[in-house]
Design a protein around this ligand. Structure first.
Ligand code: FES
Ligand code: FES
Length: 166
């Protein structure tokens, strides 16, 4: 079947019942998306499907076919010179030195990107609520909140030229 991932069509051998996270990681080698609980609880495997934060460990391909899948690899922008630029949320996580082990981080970032597309001017409480279901076993919650707030501020000053969802 054909999937549309990070603005590119990809043919995959897996069938409609295969779970998206394993297709991304094992068939396509896109290991930026991580597996934590593999049960839809922790959020480590979060990608966006048509702009909605989605847990890829419980999402069969049948639910992703025909939609725009965005993974952590798809957040980086490349200009005409081949220069790569991190998404403002990625940059904010770097600047705030958020990660410890890093395992939860792509899921945290994908959740934050989807959230900020829906709520570009959140309060700190909004951020805490939006990120509450993404677990971090290293306990980086304070810096995650700081980074998401900083990303919202940065994007208000210099909004992305286009949303990362299609
Ligand atoms: S690995 Fe998917 S929610 Fe935990
Ligand atoms: S940084 Fe280790 S689980 Fe979040």
């Amino acid at each position: 079947m054909i999937l549309r991932i990070n603005r590119t069509e990809q043919e995959v051998a897996s069938g409609p019942g295969a779970l998206l996270v394993y297709v991304l990681r094992d068939e396509l080698g896109m290991t930026g998306t991580k597996i934590g609980c593999a049960a839809g609880i922790c959020g480590s495997c979060t990608v966006m499907i048509d702009g909605v934060a989605t847990r890829s460990c419980i999402t069969p391909l049948a639910l992703a076919e025909g939609k725009e899948i965005t993974t952590i690899e798809g957040l980086v922008a490349e200009n005409a010179n081949g220069t790569l630029t991190l998404h403002p949320v990625q940059q904010a996580f770097v600047d705030a030195q958020v990660p410890q082990c890093g395992w939860c981080m792509s899921g945290q970032i994908m959740t934050a990107v989807a959230f900020l597309q829906q709520n570009p001017a959140p309060t700190e409480d909004d951020v805490v609520e939006a990120m509450a279901n993404n677990y971090c076993r290293c306990g980086c919650y304070y810096r995650i909140k700081q980074a998401v707030v900083a990303a919202a501020d940065a994007m208000a000053v210099a909004p992305m030229s286009q949303e990362v969802s299609a």
